[in-house]
Design a protein around this ligand. Structure first.
Ligand code: AVI
Length: 320
């Protein structure tokens, strides 16, 4: 880790153990299901960056457009002495728009993928020599605290990309409640939220023609083969993504193309032909439903920005 970044390891002691436990528990569920955070090993994080560049995947470029237009207003609301805390710090250009508009003294990137976190925060440190850069490797879906040494008296937390949509509404509320604990009174939360829209637009975004989302989904099985003792064959599963209107969410699945038994860490699991492993939900909200969710976790909506087609929204929430 180069000296210019302050690195904080906030992972739970048994992160490797928990991959094994999480996979075994998920494969034992009925129906079989694994949490989306398992996608993000190094390869999964790279594939996700590629998804963001696919023409069908509108959220990334739309959120960037919204932020580019709103950055000055956001900086004005946050105030001159705000610091910036990015949750799920990726290789994104989005945070750069904020850094340039806000000019904060310090930045903290938090991510579960150490390699990716180090690479992306190092690039920020290289490009913004005036910025004090911190990196915390942590699972931010669990309660956490700001690391010692991070001078963030007036932090603005930034949670872009509609990652909140990967939690179910109850988990999303619990996550917001964790952030309520992390932030001081009047602390800000700038959060990107994907909006409900036409099914065809939604389904195209998760079934890109280049097959990058399919590769991202299947990488979960490759990861299981790489990191655990398993004979699972990724080639015997296919990617499936569709909009479940009743629950207002995109569902991603890996569907077994034949009847088969797979072994993971000496445990055997049977898949019938056509049986699926449910790998992700991506919830889509109306602005009103999202504000109600935030309100229930103690956040008040101060401002909201959207794009001309109302595809995506960015909300400035204040901790009460
Ligand atoms: C990170 N997250 C908000 C993405 C989404 O759209 O739910 C993950 C993703 N899954 C498939 N494509 C993108």
């Amino acid at each position: 880790m180069p000296l210019s970044i302050r690195f904080h390891d906030q992972r739970s002691q048994n992160a490797e153990h928990s991959l094994r436990e999480t996979v075994l528990a998920g494969f034992a569920e009925r129906p079989k299901a694994t949490p989306p955070k398992l996608f993000y090993d190094r390869r999964g994080s790279e594939l996700f960056e590629q998804i963001c560049r696919q023409p069908e995947y509108y959220p990334t470029r739309t959120e960037e457009l919204i932020l580019a237009r709103a950055a000055r207003d956001i900086a004005g609301i946050a105030g001159r002495d705000a610091s910036l805390v990015e949750l799920g710090s990726g290789a994104s250009r989005k945070v750069r728009l904020l850094l340039e508009a806000m000019h904060p003294a310090s930045y903290l990137g938090i991510d579960i993928s150490e390699d990716f976190l180090c690479a992306s925060t190092q690039r920020l440190a290289d490009d913004y020599p005036w910025l004090e850069v911190h990196a915390a490797c942590a699972d931010f879906s669990r309660p956490m605290s700001l690391p010692d040494g991070f001078a963030g008296e007036h932090p603005l937390a930034f949670f872009p990309g509609s990652s909140i949509g990967n939690f179910d509404p109850r988990e999303a509320q619990a996550f917001l409640a964790n952030l309520h604990e992390l932030l001081p009174a009047k602390g800000g939360l700038l959060i990107g939220v994907d909006l409900v829209k036409d099914r065809s637009v939604l389904e195209a975004a998760y079934n890109d023609r280049a097959g990058v989302t399919a590769a991202f989904n299947l990488n979960l099985l490759e990861r299981i083969r790489r990191e655990l003792d398993s004979d699972i064959e990724p080639d015997s599963f296919v990617h499936r993504a569709f909009f479940n209107q009743a629950d207002s969410r995109i569902e991603m699945h890996l569907v077994s193309s034949r009847a088969q038994d797979v072994t993971i860490e000496s445990e055997r699991f049977h898949f019938a032909a056509g049986e699926s492993l449910h790998t992700e939900n991506s919830y889509k909200y109306s602005a009103e439903d999202f504000h109600a969710l935030a309100d229930g976790a103690g956040f008040r909506a101060l401002a909201m920005w959207t794009d001309p087609l109302a595809l995506f929204s960015v909300h400035y929430l204040q901790r009460e």
